[in-house]
Design a protein around this ligand. Structure first.
Ligand SMILES: Nc1ncnc2c1ncn2[C@@H]1O[C@H](COP(=O)(O)OP(=O)(O)OP(=O)(O)O)[C@@H](O)[C@H]1O
Ligand code: SF4
Ligand SMILES: [Mg+2]
Length: 329
């Protein structure tokens, strides 16, 4: 059994909506609203859900790029929200991110040496020669020639630029890497190669990934565990095979059924997700999915469902898990 590397407890991130004369908060965007999960070292967590459900906000809080509103996060057993700046800086080296679009995430005016080497320069005292060697090693690790060290980002293709972004994320030998839509802005062939590279790097370096993707076939290919978010809440979570085979939450079923490439035989007849995601400022009462859920009953409007344990680490939050919705309320 691997060790737990990340524990997240009841994490919330609310953004203020300011208005009035004094620009005081008049409402709150409940981007992440009470999320609890944990990860084991070496696993890949696929984080899925429609646009605006809070995936990026969740990882930004984990990476300390956003202040949490409340909750707890333990990384390697250490409380991330209760440590001094120096310790946090040390820990932060172990948590890195690869952004969606390598075109925007790489400074076009800098040489690859400085883009990939920047985190090394910040954290370690090394000579120019040592830096060039280290960056060359990192480029080789991601399948690029060492000669790329003295080139600019525009001299590379989209897939190659994403490799540079991965090399930069790996520069400080992190333990956990967040991949926020890592393949969505590159061509299909490069996508497959980048996924292969990420799998190999995970194996050889013992990395742990949080993978955010709208593409469920990517998640299906990469993830050991899946977390499904809807309007700031985690609605289903568990081992990937189990979540695909015994999909429990109506929202997850709808998400999966909307993807033709997945084997959705075991999934009932919800073909698409009706309607649009409601506002995160004033989310629906009770179960947040009730305004779009074909199974919704009165209780769904009134009471928020709790997570139900389905065994084997699989859980989902719906009033009717294991029950017949027809008979209720
Ligand atoms: N800095 C911010 N200030 C105010 N609201 C924000 C801020 N950042 C995100 N939000 C809001 O928080 C909610 C969650 O946004 P987030 O970007 O985390 O979603 P997401 O799941 O990553 O979406 P996508 O799939 O489009 O990337 C949205 O309603 C968004 O508008
Ligand atoms: S609790 Fe009700 S509205 Fe929510 S997913 Fe379950 S059936 Fe649908
Ligand atoms: Mg996002």
């Amino acid at each position: 059994m691997a060790d737990s590397i990340l524990k997240v407890k009841d994490l919330k991130k609310y953004f203020p909506v300011r208005g009035g004369f004094f620009s005081k908060p008049v409402a709150w965007v409940k981007a992440v609203d009470g999320v609890t999960f944990e990860m084991e070292q070496g696993e890949v967590l696929g984080l899925v859900g429609e646009s605006g459900c809070g995936k990026t906000t969740l990882v930004n809080v984990l990476l300390n790029l956003e202040e949490p509103t409340s909750g707890e996060v333990y990384f390697d057993g250490l409380d991330l929200f209760d440590m001094d700046k120096k310790s946090l800086r040390k820990i932060r080296k172990n948590l890195q991110i690869v952004f969606q679009d390598p075109f925007w995430s790489l400074n076009p005016r800098l040489l690859v040496r400085d883009i990939v080497g920047e985190p090394i320069k910040v954290h370690a005292n090394c000579s120019r020669e040592q830096l060039v060697k280290k960056v060359g090693d990192l480029l080789e690790m991601v399948g690029l020639p060492r000669s790329g060290v003295f080139k600019y980002p525009h001299e590379f293709s989209g897939g190659e630029r994403q490799r540079i972004a991965i090399a930069r994320a790996l520069a400080l030998s992190p333990k956990l890497v967040v991949l926020d839509e890592p393949t969505s802005s590159i061509d299909v062939l490069s996508q497959a190669q980048i996924l292969e590279l990420l799998k190999n790097l995970k194996q050889s370096l013992g990395l742990t990934y949080i993978l955010i993707s709208h593409d469920l076939s990517v998640v299906n290919y990469m993830a050991d565990r899946i977390a499904v978010m809807y309007l700031g809440k985690m609605v289903e979570y568990g081992p990937a095979d189990d979540v695909f085979d015994r999909t429990a939450h109506p929202y997850t079923k709808a998400l999966f059924a909307a993807i033709p490439t997945l084997d959705t035989e075991g999934i009932d007849s919800i073909a698409t997700i009706e309607g649009s995601v409601p506002s995160a400022i004033n989310p629906p009462s009770g179960c947040r999915f009730h305004t779009r859920c074909p199974m919704a009953k009165e209780i769904c409007r009134q009471r928020e469902p709790v997570m139900v344990d389905l065994g084997g680490g699989h859980r989902a939050a719906c009033h009717f898990i294991g029950k017949d919705a027809k008979g209720a309320c």
